[in-house]
Design a protein around this ligand. Sequence first.
Ligand SMILES: Cc1cc2nc3c(=O)[nH]c(=O)nc-3n(C[C@H](O)[C@H](O)[C@H](O)COP(=O)(O)OP(=O)(O)OC[C@H]3O[C@@H](n4cnc5c(N)ncnc54)[C@H](O)[C@@H]3O)c2cc1C
Length: 709
Amino acid sequence: MGFLGFIKGFSSVYRAKPRIRAYPSFCQHGHCYIQCRTFSHFKDHDDSVLPVLIVGAGPVGLVLSILLTKLGIKCSVLEKGKSFSHHPQAHFINNRSMEVFHKLDGLAEEIQRSQPPVDLWRKFVYCTSLTGPVLGSVDHMQPQDFEKVVSPVCVAHFSQYKLIRLLLKKLEDLNFLICKPEGLNDEPFRGGELLMGHECVKINATGQSVNVTASHLKEGKYTERNISCNILVGTDGAASTIRKLAGIELRGEKDLQKLVSVHFLSRDLGQYLLNERPGMLFFIFNTEAIGVLVAHDLKQGEFVLQMPFYPPQQSLDDFSPETCKQLILKLVGQELSDIDVIDIKPWVMHAEVAEKFVSCDNRIILAGDAAHRFPPAGGFGMNTGIQDAHNLAWKIAAFVKGIAPSSILHTYETERRPIAIFNTALSVQNFRAAMAVPATLGLDPTIANSVHQTITDGIGSILPSGLQRAVLDGIFTIGRAQLSEFLLNEKNLLGSSRLAKLRRLFEEGKSLQLQFPAEDLGFRYLEGALIPDSDSVRAQVPPTGRRRDYIPSSDPGSRLPHMNVRMLSNSFSEACISTLDLLPGDKVEFLLFIAPLEKSYHLAVAALKVAEEFKVSVKVCILWPTDTVKGAETRSKTTLAPWENYIDVAEAKKSSNSFSWWSMCQMTDKGAILVRPDEHIAWRAKSSIDDDPILEMKRVFSAILKVNI
Ligand SMILES: Cc1cc2nc3c(=O)[nH]c(=O)nc-3n(C[C@H](O)[C@H](O)[C@H](O)COP(=O)(O)OP(=O)(O)OC[C@H]3O[C@@H](n4cnc5c(N)ncnc54)[C@H](O)[C@@H]3O)c2cc1C
């Protein structure tokens, strides 16, 4: 059922409850009408209403359900698929997502143990065939990527379907039930269920709840099930039904490129590449075929081949398993007997962000691909979605637990939408950088796309379809002739100049990049559930598309810098943990960093008192310099008594010339840093607070939590 079905559903409800006003602003695109009414606080009295319903069990929906469950929030998930896809799709997990996973009971470490060894995927290889000449290769790992100086965890290469398996296991460990439609009765859901084979087809927001209709196949018949929830989160992917039903438009560029994705296995190819030229991505250009091969796992011989797709002249029927096998062999450059094509899927690359992430009085929320869809260049899609879920989870928990009003949820859009827009621009730049290689080889993809456009919509459209196809094939064959060995060699003037240009492109980092530490760890929220410094609201630096190093920062909105610290309360342990690990992950708890100075202790006491008033937890972290820790615990105990929610830690510097904590944060030790449950900085004082610290902390918590005082 689509929009019409929904409108029908709405009409009958609307007639039944005429007193509730339908807000036209929500329905500006004419798709649907949803009834909205302001509700300021969460009411937990009605057992038949789920606090949170998540639609879509992709990586983003699953991560959100784990985060919420760990925070003690009841939620259920609807998934339209009866089983999970085995198409590998995403595979690069960036540093920040790995930090989120590190807090999910060691998921990051499980991924690190299960992924292929880094040496097998650190490079992108450019060649004329997988067994033929290499045009160049780029190593995307630098020594500092392994040193864990800026983060307690490293990036990873791990197929999306394997990640989904680990996420499901985590959910089961949290007592989530994964249910098939057949085994379900009509009992209302209590939270903790993942309903497979349930497609959300209708939503209807009334009063304080959102009623969701899910369609599922039972005993051969489609049956509808209604579920009421207080908050509905659409994590239902790039073609999001929730986004459409809520009438939210996408803004940006559509149809950047159409591709066909071929998932196949070949242990022989895996073994060959593992021994001869290991890598993650192989860009292959020859006179017979062009494609990008993603090596998901060389040991298992698992690959996905991406090839350009030009409908309507080409159709999916042109990519039968046998044709795909022949294309793979052309790209390999020699016979292989064990190619097993598993799946062939077309897909379209877009660069779009939803105009709203939060709708209907903060009750309908979009996250992941439902909110933004960008080119996979640089691997930002799933990573941005996982970080959406991380930003959202503690805010939903703060609302459901009565710590904050529903307006806290709106800060999710204020914070994450600019990041999505920024990452879209970065992905588009990366995509263009990827295109620079074929363009240097004389195969400008923008020309191919305009030729295709001219044939489809321009002068070529008058030709019969068979002829259009022949013209397109002919033009592409002539284009690929640029890649002949005769032309592309050092002895040929044009060939040698193209090869020299290509080398420069690789050396100068102007081809497709994999790692973006400055953006991945250095992204910052400029406004939202935080208090910007009054003196310095620095604008985000526009994306460069090149690798730049991350500079730790304590500017409000930034991710808390990582430093290893030693817990002083555990005098038997020399073990170090990251500053990021000081935030628990299973509690809506803020962390206040102070130095052991008198005024800072006063501020800490004020923060603990005010937090109690605001019904939110605050832990104080007293950060001692490495060499002056004698008597630390006694000092904190006597100064902070009777408060007990504090922790003494000492800097565990790697070497005597490493930065100290406060200088790394570009502050003095007279200041203080307040960190949110998602490890982003909510507020800082660059110097000691001379005014009444209680008043200051009240101002701070009310601004962050959006609570009026
Ligand atoms: C070739 C390729 C390579 C990529 N590589 C990377 C990478 O390396 N790193 C990276 O970060 N990203 C990458 N991406 C992007 C990444 O795959 C997506 O961003 C990611 O899958 C988004 O996750 P999601 O949970 O938001 O949505 P999805 O994974 O699309 O999941 C949505 C889920 O919702 C379900 N659903 C849909 N509609 C309904 C409904 N009405 N009711 C119930 N359920 C519904 C679907 O069945 C699906 O299970 C890549 C993408 C492609 C195409």
